[in-house]
Design a protein around this ligand. Structure first.
Ligand code: SF4
Length: 158
C-alpha cells in the first residue's frame, strides 16, 4: 500500500484551502492501491490556516529540538507538526506502507526541498518534519515529482 499526501490526491487541505491534485496519484487511491493522509490536519491544525515554515533548520532539526515551525505571524506550531508526523508514522505502520509519496516543499511533507523560513518563497534543501520522521523510521519516501518521473519512465519501457 502507498501512502500519499492528501493534497496530492485532491483534498483541499492546504493552508489556503486548495489542493495540488496529481491525477495519477488520485487514480491509485481509486484503485485502492493507495491511501492518503494530511500530517498537519492529523496534528490538530485546521484548514484554512496560516502558512508556516521551519525556522533555523530542517525537519530533522525540528525532531531533534533544534529548530521550530512558526506561522507567518510568529505563532509556534512546532508541536502540532511533530504530533502530525507521529500520527502519520502510526498510520504508515498500520497500513504497512511500502512507499510514501509526499508533497514537495511543504514544512511537513517536503522530502528534498522546503521553504527557508523567510516567507519569501525561497526554497532550500531539506526535509519537512513528517518526511524526516518517516525516513528515520525506515520508510521509503519520495516527492510527487520523483514518483511521476519514475512512473513515466517505467511506462515508457512497457
Ligand atoms: Fe498537503 Fe502535507 Fe500540507 Fe497536508 S501537510 S496540505 S498533505 S503538503
Amino acid at each position: 500500500m502507498i501512502l500519499i499526501s492528501s493534497c496530492l490526491a485532491g483534498s483541499m487541505c492546504r493552508y489556503n484551502a486548495t489542493h495540488c491534485l496529481e491525477t495519477k496519484l488520485h487514480t491509485l487511491i481509486k484503485e485502492k492501491k493507495a491511501v492518503m493522509a494530511c500530517p498537519e490536519l492529523l496534528g490538530g491544525l485546521s484548514t484554512p490556516r496560516e502558512p508556516a515554515e521551519i525556522q533555523g533548520g530542517t525537519g530533522r532539526d525540528v525532531l531533534e529540538g533544534k529548530a521550530q515551525v512558526l506561522t507567518a505571524s510568529g505563532k509556534d506550531v512546532t508541536q502540532a507538526f511533530i504530533n502530525g508526523a507521529n500520527k502519520t508514522l502510526a498510520y504508515a505502520r498500520q497500513i504497512n506502507a511500502t512507499l510514501v509519496v509526499l508533497k514537495e516543499n511543504s514544512p511537513s511533507c517536503g522530502s528534498t526541498s522546503i521553504y527557508d523560513g523567510s516567507f519569501q518563497g525561497v526554497k532550500q534543501k531539506g526535509e519537512g518534519v513528517t518526511a524526516a520522521l518517516l525516513r528515520k523510521e525506515g520508510f521509503a519516501v519520495m516527492s510527487e515529482e520523483e514518483f511521476l518521473q519514475t512512473w513515466m519512465s517505467h511506462s515508457a519501457e512497457d
